[in-house]
Ligand binder design. Structure first.
Ligand code: DGL
Length: 279
């Protein structure tokens, strides 16, 4: 029998709706788990804020999710908050299983044929020491072209299709030639959890031959392994893992909370909580 504490929810947060792309992957991987999602839209986006601000918000949200929901684990579904704050969260809550997200440079280096990779992320993520360390570890394996996509997460948050289109076009242009010929960028890393929601627009500007890589599915799998190792999965998920069978119906509960407009969060969840089409 699993312990009653396994029935506690998994907390997930982001500066806004972007983390719903990670939540979709989590719910697909762990359909029996309960989740509570917190959108910090009242204080986001984080990408162009300073690190101290993002650390403060991340700590406040973690406090709240522990105090009001007794979460058994926390997924920081935001590259910017992971880069700025996950080390501090680990110090403050050493017992809480914490899962972060970071731009998928390693899988991109394994996937590229031309050796040229574009990385789309927020200014905060790209400027962080955590990202710099990752970049330096992999810089010998491929050439990474980095672009700070100022304003893109904000435009996605507001659902401003014209702005999304204009920013996507200009940031992809800034990367240089895209395609599968020698010297061209054939792989794009979506280094912000908002970006999978505009994959159609990005693909239209990048061309069909370019491969996109995001982190939702690997983060969900990592979450499963971490909880399984602590016998903290709900019983049904343990069983489905053993049978490696996916259960279609979500039987776990989902609570949506936030510091911004809740009706907008609910509308975004309705729209996006079916997993995005495969990349
Ligand atoms: N979704 C976030 C990320 O993964 C943050 C975007 C923002 O708040 O600027 O980086």
């Amino acid at each position: 029998m699993h312990s009653p504490s396994a029935d506690r929810p998994i907390g997930v947060f982001d500066s806004g709706v972007g983390g719903l792309s990670v939540l979709a992957a989590l719910r697909a991987e762990l359909p029996q788990e309960h989740f509570v999602y917190f959108s910090d839209a009242g204080h986001g986006p984080y990408g162009e804020r300073n690190e101290a601000f993002v650390i403060e918000r991340s700590r406040a949200i973690t406090h709240r999710l522990i105090d009001t929901h007794g979460i058994k684990a926390l997924v920081v579904a935001c590259n910017t908050a992971t880069a700025a704050a996950i080390a501090r969260l680990r110090e403050d809550w050493p017992q809480l299983p914490l899962i972060g997200v970071e731009p998928a440079l390693k899988p991109a280096a394994a996937a590229t044929h031309t050796g040229q990779i574009g990385v789309l992320a927020t200014r905060g993520t790209l400027a962080s020491a955590k990202f710099q360390a990752l970049y330096e570890r992999l810089a010998k394996r491929a050439t990474f072209h980095l672009v700070a996509c100022d304003g893109l997460a904000d435009a996605i948050e507001r659902g401003d299709a014209m702005q999304i289109d204009a920013l996507a076009a200009s940031y992809l242009r800034a990367l240089g030639p895209l395609g599968t010929d020698q010297g061209q960028i054939d792989t794009l890393v979506l280094g912000c959890t908002h970006y999978p929601f505009v994959i159609g627009t990005l693909r239209r500007h990048a061309g069909l031959n370019v491969r996109f890589i995001d982190t939702g599915a690997p983060v969900a799998l990592h979450t499963r392994h971490l909880l399984a190792a602590r016998a903290a999965l709900r019983a049904e998920d343990r069983k489905s893992a053993e049978q490696s069978a996916k259960i279609d119906a979500h039987q776990g509960l989902l609570a949506l909370e936030g510091s911004g407009a809740l009706d907008e969060l609910h509308a975004a969840a309705l729209r996006w909580l079916t997993p995005p089409a495969p990349l």
